[in-house]
Design a protein around this ligand. Structure first.
Ligand SMILES: [Zn+2]
Length: 285
């Protein structure tokens, strides 16, 4: 991949291809004996190569119902970068980081060739012996695939980095609440091993899920500590929680991540959303 973490894993297991990478370069999909293609979530590095993989193999594509709806809403519209920019402006992000977003957004669109009209999957669906599990959080419609204690996990669990959980326009209202519930679900499912989209296989998924719950509990406390009686923008809160020294791209992730924590705090009665209609701010509760 052109950006960090510089690689994404696609897995082929008994004819099922999980995820397809970005839609760049030539991939010899036809040599991999692919009978069906399953997508964990609609982010560019997972769904971007789906149309090319389907064309090369003739295999049908399977994607989550909610995930495909978002995929179309986001990548199927030409004004998404502008809508995203307006959203960040509303949450206090300065113009330079927002301008950069519009430029990058349009450049990225060329690498996202998702497959049209896939077969839709839901909680409880099965696919070639794999049980479909909905694990919302990193993406609203994120799916995991479970078979014989093995979980193909996309970016729901990663070994070394905490998967990004951000609030974005037209997404579910409490992605961190969703994510914490999905981590609890992972602990209940108790897979023996998880295969993620990035990095090494996760040898102890239950322990990793517990660590991530702890991580977000701490971050919720840090976010709460940044609030007082005066309304502050999510951008300002992100400076306190993530520091000042971030690239424009990292800053946008930091603001989206801060927002998911602020909205969780609102639901826990620890913060209030304020603002004047044009901009959004938060206070401590
Ligand atoms: Zn990814």
């Amino acid at each position: 991949m052109p950006t960090g973490p510089e690689h994404v894993h696609c897995y082929v297991v008994d004819g099922t291809l999980f995820d397809t990478g970005l839609g760049i370069g030539e991939v010899a999909w036809d040599s991999a004996s692919v009978e069906r293609i399953a997508i964990t979530h609609f982010h560019p590095d997972h769904v971007g190569g789906a149309a090319a993989a389907a064309a090369a193999t003739g295999a049908p594509v399977f994607q989550g119902g909610l995930d495909y709806a978002q995929c179309e809403r986001v990548w199927g519209s030409s004004d998404w970068p502008e809508r995203m920019a307006a959203w960040f402006t509303r949450h206090g992000v300065p113009d330079d980081a927002v301008d950069d977003l519009i430029e990058q957004g349009h450049a990225f669109a060329a690498f996202i060739r998702y497959a049209l009209d896939p077969n839709l999957l839901y909680e409880g669906s099965t696919l070639a012996g794999w049980d479909v599990v909905e694990l919302p959080g990193h993406a609203d419609g994120h799916l995991g695939f479970l078979r014989d204690d093995v979980l193909v996990v996309g970016d729901h669990l990663l070994e070394r980095i905490s998967p990004a959980v951000g609030l974005y326009p037209a997404s579910r209202p409490d992605p961190l609440g969703d994510y914490l519930a999905s981590l609890e679900r992972t602990i209940e499912l108790a897979p023996r091993i998880a295969y993620p989209g990035h990095g090494e296989p996760i040898r102890n998924p239950v322990e990793r899920a517990r660590d991530l719950i702890e991580h977000h509990r701490r971050r919720l406390d840090e976010t709460s500590a940044a609030l007082g009686g005066r309304g502050v923008s999510p951008f300002e809160v992100s400076l306190q929680v993530f520091g000042h020294d971030l690239s424009p791209t990292q800053r946008r992730f930091a603001v989206a991540e801060t927002l998911s924590h602020l909205e969780r705090l609102v639901r826990e009665g620890r913060a209030a959303r304020t603002g004047d209609g044009r901009t959004v701010t938060y206070t401590g509760a």
